[in-house]
Design a protein around this ligand. Structure first.
Ligand code: PLP
Length: 397
């Protein structure tokens, strides 16, 4: 069959594929420790489920405004005012089928053939493929582990050229958990001020931060960037709502309106009752969020301590999200089945074969030395998985 050119060179999401593999292994009865999860393991809070049930009972089962129901767009605009002092109207908000969809629509609406999209690396797997699907040219900028995987102002300055159409910022980051503090973000904003490019700020982990770290929105720090910055966000990670598929974009009206045109000719509105749930999530009491974050913090501390104690594994302590991105370079050259381990994928395969632990190889996030381990799983699994990894590393000698 002749397939469209668009799909050539596009990878399906690796993390979703690995999560599916884990499910198959488990179904076959393998006692697997699954560290691939890209979603919170908590249940969606009851008040949010109740809002969806109520909406269903009330017959909220029809098309809505393509951009999302007005009260939800209003609640999102108010959230930005309340939390960051940012002024947006409900017409500068687009509700989409998840944060990924919000990003996709925006990139489709704003990127033309040949436009460069600057992405600090390691990066979330979908950014480059979403840019490619729009005809864009992803330009990965390697960050240093010694700098906590954060792009420096000098590195950013060098990466931005007249060809740059968009810069993607993701703090806290998936896969590294790295986050920019106020000073760092302010310094980046001053570089961006001098370059006329769009800024896409993927703030999906804004609430999942530790040790008193304060999340800042770049346009709140530097209002000069407001007219060319679009924020994407979602209820998925903050409220344990990945399956509901509600995300959103907030930004200048032209950009949001262009993205909603794409949405109007593809998915139309996101699911009506999921929007009702998202409205409750954003507008209702926020008590569950710090409870979930507190639990994540305990797990982060445990997993960082345990991994760091394993000779041959270096573990950077992340400020946010629910991933660690340990460096496994010191294991390269050690032999498994008479073949030296040479890549993160080799190490992941070795851990799967010999320890029944599944992680995600760093290659897919732009790293040649790291693997991604998600700690969105129980403390018991974390301990079991780390013990198994320690044993597997010991066996390598
Ligand atoms: C999970 C995730 C998203 C998208 O989440 P949705 O499930 O589509 O809401 C976007 N960006 C990053 C960095 C993520 O980790």
């Amino acid at each position: 069959m002749r397939l469209g050119k668009k799909t050539q060179g596009i990878k399906p999401s690796v993390t979703l594929a690995l999560a599916a593999k884990a499910q198959v292994l488990r179904a076959e009865g393998v006692d697997l420790v699954n560290f691939t999860a890209g979603e919170p393991d908590f249940d969606t809070p009851q008040r949010i489920k109740d809002a969806a049930i109520e909406a269903l009972k009330k017959g909220m089962t029809k098309y809505t405004d393509v951009r999302g129901i007005e009260p939800l767009r209003q609640a999102i605009a108010e959230k930005y005012k309340r939390e960051y002092g940012l002024e947006y109207t409900k017409d500068e908000v687009l509700v989409s089928c998840g944060g990924k969809h919000a990003l996709y629509n925006l990139v489709q609406a704003l990127i033309d053939d040949g436009d460069e999209v600057v992405i600090p690396s390691p990066y979330w797997v979908s950014y480059s493929d979403i840019a490619l699907l729009a005809g864009g040219v992803p330009k990965l900028v390697e960050t240093k582990e010694a700098n906590g995987f954060r792009i420096t102002p000098a590195e950013l300055e060098k990466a931005l050229t007249p060809k740059t159409r968009m810069f993607i910022l993701n703090s806290p980051s998936n896969p590294t958990g790295a986050a920019y503090d106020r000073g760092e973000l302010d310094a980046l904003s001053r570089v961006l001020e001098r370059h006329d490019c769009l800024i896409l700020s993927d703030d999906i982990y804004e609430k999942i931060v530790y040790d008193g770290f304060k999340f800042h929105q770049i346009t709140a720090l530097n209002p000069k960037l407001r007219d060319r910055t679009i924020i994407t966000n979602a209820v998925s990670k903050t409220y344990a709502m990945t399956g509901w598929r509600i995300g959103y974009a907030v930004g200048p009206k032209e950009a949001v309106t262009a993205a909603s045109k794409i949405q109007s000719q593809s998915t139309s509105n996101p699911t009506s009752i999921a929007q009702a749930a998202a409205l409750e999530a954003i507008r209702g009491p926020q008590d569950e969020v710090p409870v979930m974050v507190g639990e994540f913090k305990k797990r982060r501390d445990a997993i960082v301590a345990r991994l760091a104690a394993i000779p041959g594994i270096g573990c950077f302590k992340p400020q946010g999200a629910f991933y660690v991105f340990p460096n496994v370079r010191a294991l390269f050259g050690k032999k498994h089945k008479d073949k030296p381990l040479a890549t993160p994928a080799d190490v992941v395969e070795y851990f799967l074969d010999s320890a029944r632990v599944l992680a995600v190889p760093g290659e897919d996030f732009g790293s040649k030395e790291n693997i991604r381990i998600s700690y969105a799983t129980s403390m018991q699994e974390i301990e079991k998985g780390c013990d198994r990894i320690a044993e597997a590393v010991r066996k390598l000698g």
